[in-house]
Every structure is written in structure tokens, then in C-alpha cells.
Design a protein around this ligand. Structure first.
Ligand SMILES: [Zn+2]
Length: 159
């Protein structure tokens, strides 16, 4: 794809990927609050951090850091806006009344919650956010994504 289109589609699909990945996150071990006294929670946090660091090292080695950084930035933009900007702002404005924040529907995650609960196949998935077995679908998703990226890279590098 020519330069401006490739950049535009990277940004667009990275942004939209957040809605898909967060909807799948329903079936993963993903507690909304930290459990620092739980060895399993801490171990999984360390393992997933190591996987993330390995990914960054890999994209540095293959020379695609800025491409992945751009995709990474726009894929987490939804969280930056919702959790980093809007939520603290609304929290301050409503003096910590969380319920009223959600009812106002200011957040991208309000849309994500609707997708999770109402749109198949996401609505068919069980909620394993507090179940340790949720690491299994997470590992499978990571492996599938890694294979897809590797396959795309190999197919593009063949003349
Ligand atoms: Zn999110």
C-alpha cells in the first residue's frame, strides 16, 4: 500500500482492534483490580510482561519498531482516553461517584461492554475475568496473533 494509505489503515485498524481485543478479554484472566497477595496473579503479570518485552525486542531486531509503536499507540488510545483522561476527569467532577460516570456513557468502554454482552461471538463467551483458567484462552490468543504477524511478515518479505 502507498505511504499515506498504509499509515491511515494502520492507525484505523489499530484503533478498532482495541474493541475486538477488549471484547475477547472477557474470556481471559483479567481482574479489574490488582491482587498483589495472590501468587498466581503476580506470576501471570510477570509472564505477560516478559512476553511483551520479548515482542518489543523482536520488533527491534526485525527493524519494525516504529511501525509497531504506531500500531501499539493507537490500539491503546482507547484506554488512554477512557482511563487516563475521561475517568479521572469525571471522577473529580462527580467526587468519586463511579456509578454516575458509567451512566453518562462518555467512555469507549461503554460501547465495548455492549459488544461483549450483545454481539456474537463475544456474547457467547463465558466471563472468566476472575477464573485462573482464563490464562489458557489468553495464551492461545497471543500464539494466534504471533503466528499471524510472523506469517504476514514472511509473506511481505518474499519478492
Ligand atoms: Zn480497553
Amino acid at each position: 500500500m502507498p505511504f499515506p494509505l498504509a499509515l491511515g489503515f494502520t492507525i484505523l485498524f489499530a484503533f478498532l482492534s482495541h474493541f475486538v481485543v477488549d471484547s475477547f478479554a472477557k474470556v481471559t484472566y483479567h481482574t479489574p483490580e490488582p491482587h498483589r497477595d495472590d501468587k498466581f496473579w503476580v506470576t501471570w503479570g510477570i509472564v505477560s510482561t516478559i512476553i511483551t518485552i520479548a515482542l518489543v525486542i523482536w520488533v527491534l531486531i526485525i527493524g519494525m519498531f516504529w511501525f509497531f509503536f504506531l500500531g501499539g499507540f493507537f490500539s491503546v488510545l482507547v484506554d488512554i482516553v477512557d482511563w487516563g483522561i475521561l475517568r479521572p476527569y469525571q471522577n473529580k467532577k462527580n467526587k468519586g461517584d463511579q456509578k454516575s460516570i458509567w451512566e453518562q456513557g462518555y467512555f469507549f468502554h461503554t460501547v465495548i461492554d455492549i459488544i461483549r454482552e450483545k454481539v456474537p461471538p463475544f456474547s457467547w463467551l463465558p466471563n472468566w475475568n476472575y477464573e485462573r483458567k482464563g490464562v489458557v484462552p489468553e495464551i492461545i490468543i497471543i500464539i494466534i496473533l504471533w503466528i499471524l504477524v510472523a506469517t504476514l511478515l514472511i509473506s511481505f518479505s518474499v519478492p
